[in-house]
Design a protein around this ligand. Sequence first.
Ligand code: AMP
Ligand code: GLY
Length: 427
Amino acid sequence: MNILLLGSGGREHALAWKIAGSPLTDKLFCAPGNAGIAREAECVALDIAEHAAVIAFCRAQNIDFVVVGPEAPLCAGIVDDLEIAGIKAFGPSKAAAQLEGSKGFTKDLCRANNIPTAAYERFTAPEPAKDYARQQGAPIVVKADGLAAGKGVVVAMTVDEATAAIDMMFGGELGAAGAEVVVEEFLEGEEASFFALCDGTTAIAFASAQDHKRVFDGDKGPNTGGMGAYSPAPIMTPDMTQRVMDEIIHPTMRAMAAMGAPFKGVLFAGLMITRDGPKLIEYNARFGDPETQVLMLRMMSDILPALLASRDGMLKNFDLRWYGDAALTVVMAANGYPGAYDKGSVIEGLDEAGAVEGVEIFHAGTKAEGGKILAIGGRVLNVTATAKTVAEAQALAYQAVDRIRWPGGFCRRDIGWRAVEREQAKG
Ligand code: AMP
Ligand code: GLY
């Protein structure tokens, strides 16, 4: 088959690596891709916001299947447009992608279907939102309704912080995403990233994973897109996985189908595992980044039949198999991230780093120029390793990190700490 993958991050590099390894793949293209993806796929300079251009490319290159990585094209309806043009595509329709595109939509769906989530209210003006925040008291969480590239959530430790966040969002700093705001209860517990492959009716759980959202060691500093991940996540016991499927994923699938927007693709639930059980923090309508980097290394099954079965509504009786080994990925980011950062610094030592046994380096924001690899994004590299335990995978990943010569970048030094502590406690 001829496949077109859309996106340019570390998630897409991991997907490209896995799809390129499928015996079903004849030719893999990626738009726009990056310097690492270019090793697995032919990168094409398409603007993926231009659906007509993507469709024209698919026709010209006889593309059989399009795999969409990021949320923006999904929420803009690229799967609908491709399917109308007769091109098969993996991912949710625009209507189903509202689970990520509108926090208010998802919160209302939870309320109507008894899906456990933080108590909340929706607001279209600042004063009632502030009144509600004052009434509820801090800590409290303020969220922009729409897509805000990870910047739309403020966990306010004081009421003043909450009211400032409400003013910021309604003040237009996040554009249209902040025209509506959700104010919700602060949840206490441990977070986990939960992925289910869905075909509109059936949902199959992926292996578990945990992300590290904060920029600095010890989970300090501002939120980012994710500074590292590992799999499996010990907190997701088989019992907890079953509860998430029964209490959160399946009711969501039934509700989406009932409203005529069946969910196909990867449903990514950000969870808080609280004393009362799992609660939904938010949905994403796509693979996670950097969780996908560890999940692809652990996936034993060929991914393409699974993605095709999702698109075709054929996941019933489907089975996904995983390697028992653990995987861990360390994100290397440009100095300054998640704030303003420099572009164009040179990265060296990638071959030496990639030569560490069990290590795979996925590129996120890179570009090849004049025989050099340049950093051109915030999150730039994902140094990923597999081993028998999370602790061993962590050691290998940092061994590889230490071979990379890139003064313009940094990483956290404690990725995987929760799992490593649990492994040590077990002996
Ligand atoms: P989101 O973009 O909705 O995943 O939120 C980003 C991060 O904010 C989450 O990963 C959590 O760490 C935190 N967060 C969001 N909602 C809540 C909540 N209701 N209670 C506690 N933390 C939250
Ligand atoms: N790692 C979190 C995300 O992909 O949104």
